[in-house]
Write a protein that binds this ligand. Structure first.
Ligand SMILES: [Zn+2]
Ligand SMILES: [Zn+2]
Length: 145
């Protein structure tokens, strides 16, 4: 499965099955995307490769550790490393022509959501970050019905 930024400078490939996705409603993710939440997933490093454009990526790091990686040409958020084993993937960049059957299964940071946002209540919902990130990543990688 392939993904790209708006201008096409940054391109990447996800190998194998795409894990389930989540949305984060924290204020940082909201501002980063200019929306009520983002939509993302987390893949193992071995399942990810850059196709082109790593030199076009710019970064912003907040003192708290929040990391934003984005195309310096068009501003699209782009994948970035999560620890030393995973890549964070903004799933809006994925080509819809490679459609799989994965979907959004969890919502993070609902305590910080915008008052006008109405996320579904039927998903696995968290008031903030999952306390056990490894367990959460494992959950995203479970086969779905
Ligand atoms: Zn771009
Ligand atoms: Zn967030």
């Amino acid at each position: 499965m392939e993904g790209r930024c708006n201008c096409g400078a940054v391109r990447f490939i996800i190998h194998g099955q795409l894990p389930a996705m989540y949305q984060c409603h924290c204020t940082l993710c909201r501002r980063q995307g200019g929306a009520g939440s983002n939509a993302a997933t987390i893949v193992e490093l071995e399942a990810f490769s850059w196709k082109q454009g790593q030199e076009a990526i710019n970064t912003w790091t907040k003192a708290s550790g929040f990391n934003a990686h984005f195309c310096s040409n068009c501003g699209s958020p782009v994948p970035n490393p999560l620890g030393d084993r995973y890549m964070w993937i903004p799933v809006g960049l994925l080509e819809e022509s490679d459609r799989g059957d994965t979907r959004i299964v969890a919502q993070l940071w609902l305590d910080a959501k915008a008052h006008w946002d109405q996320p579904p209540e039927s998903l696995r919902n968290y008031p903030a970050m999952p306390e056990d990130l490894e367990e959460f990543i494992h959950f995203l990688h479970q086969p779905q019905d």
